[in-house]
Design a protein around this ligand. Structure first.
Ligand SMILES: C[S@@+](CC[C@H](N)C(=O)[O-])C[C@H]1O[C@@H](n2cnc3c(N)ncnc32)[C@H](O)[C@@H]1O
Length: 309
């Protein structure tokens, strides 16, 4: 596995790392059924991807977006949905398997299959400023060179245009009361405290002692998600995302949240209707500060500086 140790994460916290090739292989094999999660959604507890798309549609309406480019479009579920809504849109993805599935989906729905093509988000063929709106959903947290990807997404957005990006939410780790909470203290909070190494260790043991399950979630060897969790995962903080993108010439407009957790995930088993209650929260709280803690992912919207509005 070749990884550039100097990689730029645009202010993110790295949870795990893999090469771009490993990510591509995952989506060409285990993850090649990506778009299935959009089909016949369970209305009471829709898949997080469906919930994300609902927030994206609200944003597209709010900012009057058109001439949309979907970077890392998978097998084109979002492209197809926006085409059905009358938008001008096309997308690229670096998984050839997903792109072929995307072409079939578009053709089946009466659209031009060339609206979904192979392309790498870290090195796009699009001209500068080509698009009024650029989407990148569920992709950036996987990208080892996120700085290159963000640079490319900004480059192809026209001045005054809109960029809609999704990120993993670093703050959610404080809400989980588990191993991730211990890691949040260890990696994000305690480095700012002028402790001696001994005090730091004692503090961490103390934090772990406050939690009933400081080692969960462990890695289950037969978990269907095991391979996914080995891929690059980068968290971002919704409180600092504006500053993270500012050096790229982007002005932050709003954050949107999806996939609400009514309680920390450790309590899920005690509430059989956990996901359904969460989905009801999604209906009204997408733009509430509550999402900063209760959602593991968020969408950040930016306007590219320059141009007329
Ligand atoms: C979680 S899926 C999201 C797909 C789609 N954006 C959606 O919201 O339905 C992540 C996608 O990112 C793609 N991807 C990851 N790294 C990429 C890269 N460097 N260039 C293009 N696509 C990439 C994967 O192939 C996969 O289709």
């Amino acid at each position: 596995m070749e990884i550039d140790e100097q990689a730029g994460f645009v202010g993110g916290t790295v949870v795990s790392r893999s090469s771009l090739e490993e990510v591509r292989k995952f989506y060409n094999t285990v993850g090649a059924d990506w778009g299935n999660r959009y089909q016949a959604p369970d209305e009471k507890a829709p898949d997080p991807a469906v919930l994300r798309l609902r927030v994206v549609i609200k944003l597209i309406e709010r900012y009057g977006c058109d001439n949309i480019f979907d970077a890392g479009c998978g097998d084109a579920p979002v492209v197809a949905e926006l085409l059905r809504r009358g938008k001008t849109v096309r997308g690229v993805d670096f998984s050839e398997v997903l792109v072929n599935r995307g072409k079939s989906l578009l053709e089946k729905q009466g659209f031009d299959p060339r609206l979904c093509e192979v392309g790498d988000v870290t090195n796009l063929a699009e001209p500068d400023g080509a698009h009024d709106t650029v989407l990148c959903l569920g992709v950036l947290p996987h990208i080892d060179r996120m700085d290159r990807a963000v640079g490319e997404l900004v480059r192809i957005t026209r001045p005054g245009g809109i960029l809609i990006l999704s990120f993993r939410n670093d703050l959610f780790d404080l809400f989980t009361f588990n191993r991730f909470t211990v890691e949040f203290f260890a990696d994000r909070l305690l480095p700012a405290v002028p402790f001696t190494p001994e005090e730091r260790d004692r503090a961490l043991r103390g934090i772990a002692g406050l939690l009933a399950f400081p080692d969960r979630p462990g890695e289950s060897p037969d978990s269907p998600h095991r391979e996914f969790y080995r891929l690059t995962r980068i968290n971002h903080n919704p409180l600092t995302i504006a500053a993270d993108l500012e050096p790229f010439g982007m002005t932050h407009l709003v954050n949107g949240y999806y996939k609400f957790h009514p309680l920390p995930p450790l309590l899920q088993e005690q509430f059989p209707n956990f996901s359904e209650i969460g989905a009801r929260m999604d209906e009204t709280l997408s733009f509430s500060w509550l999402g900063m803690f209760m959602c593991s992912t968020f969408i950040a919207v930016f306007r590219k500086n320059g141009g007329c509005r």
